[in-house]
Design a protein around this ligand. Sequence first.
Ligand SMILES: C[S@@+](CC[C@H](N)C(=O)[O-])C[C@H]1O[C@@H](n2cnc3c(N)ncnc32)[C@H](O)[C@@H]1O
Length: 341
Amino acid sequence: MNPLVRKLLFGVEGLVYGPAYAGLQHLIRSPEPIDPQAAWDLIVGDKPAVYEFVCGHWPLRPLRWPLLHAKMRQDHVLGIAAHYDVSNEFFELFLDKKYMFYTCADFPTGTETLDEAQQIKADFILNLIDPQPGQKILELGCGWGPMLKRIYEHTGEKENLYGLTLSKEQVAYNEQHNGFNVKFDDFISHEYDPESYDTIYSIGAWEHVRPNEIRPLAKKLYAAIKPGGKLVKHFFCRVPDHLFATAICSQIFFPGSMGSPYRSQVKAFEDAGFRITHRSIHDYRPTLRAWFDNLVANRREALELVDVQTYNRYLTFFPVSWRYFNDGLGMLVRWVMEKPA
Ligand SMILES: C[S@@+](CC[C@H](N)C(=O)[O-])C[C@H]1O[C@@H](n2cnc3c(N)ncnc32)[C@H](O)[C@@H]1O
């Protein structure tokens, strides 16, 4: 990009979207791969109070909803493709080798490798799902199929395992490597047969569901689960009710997605009829740091697969997310929700 255009965009975006959004975009549009340590320190480091105040109050009130409204009307497939259909080989460079989870792992002692931590998380979630022989199980937003793989390792049954994703690259990966019943479809608008699944679960996909979609989807999923069945949900949510600056900045990485506050999610699922029988909170930060370190270590290979701006976008995404959790703005939660028999 022409350096003058880059500077001009910085000014315009600063006024419209605010300094945090403009600063991140400016960094990402750098013509060179950004320096990892400098980027990490810049993003997670303490800032002057006045800067934080301005960031927290931007975009200006009359612009807030109009700016988000346009994004919240776009088809989900556009946002998902923008983030996930980059290159499967690119994701392989920084995710764990065995499963390819693109979600928070568990590091109980802090000394685990990423692969060990993803195994611990997979076992934890397997325990929550507790799959029994012959049960029909569906994953909403199944990614590259890591949890379907873990369930298959446990049950040895493939034909009862289903997955939905809006990433064409992930569907192709599944056909090539896994052979589960994975379909390209939007789990929000998907027509579910009534009482057809023993368990539905989602790991890190609920973050893409917009606030106005949560209540109708909770009701649909309740209807799709057999009496006595369950919904297992691993997701992160906002702690404060309103966070416009964060919602705007997240459009850089997940265009068209917007997280919801914790308490509105509890209400939506309980109102749909579910009983929440397990709640645990997990720390996303070590996983984000591990992905960041892996991407940096594989910089040369990454730049053979994607352009500099895409590399810069992911390198920026990990510290931005790390800071979100470190500042207590977001919380990673696992729930089991039961439908009475
Ligand atoms: C962060 S990835 C998590 C993937 C996987 N569950 C894992 O643990 O690695 C989010 C996944 O949700 C999917 N997804 C998001 N919104 C979706 C929607 N509305 N319909 C179908 N899939 C969706 C994406 O395609 C992607 O596969």
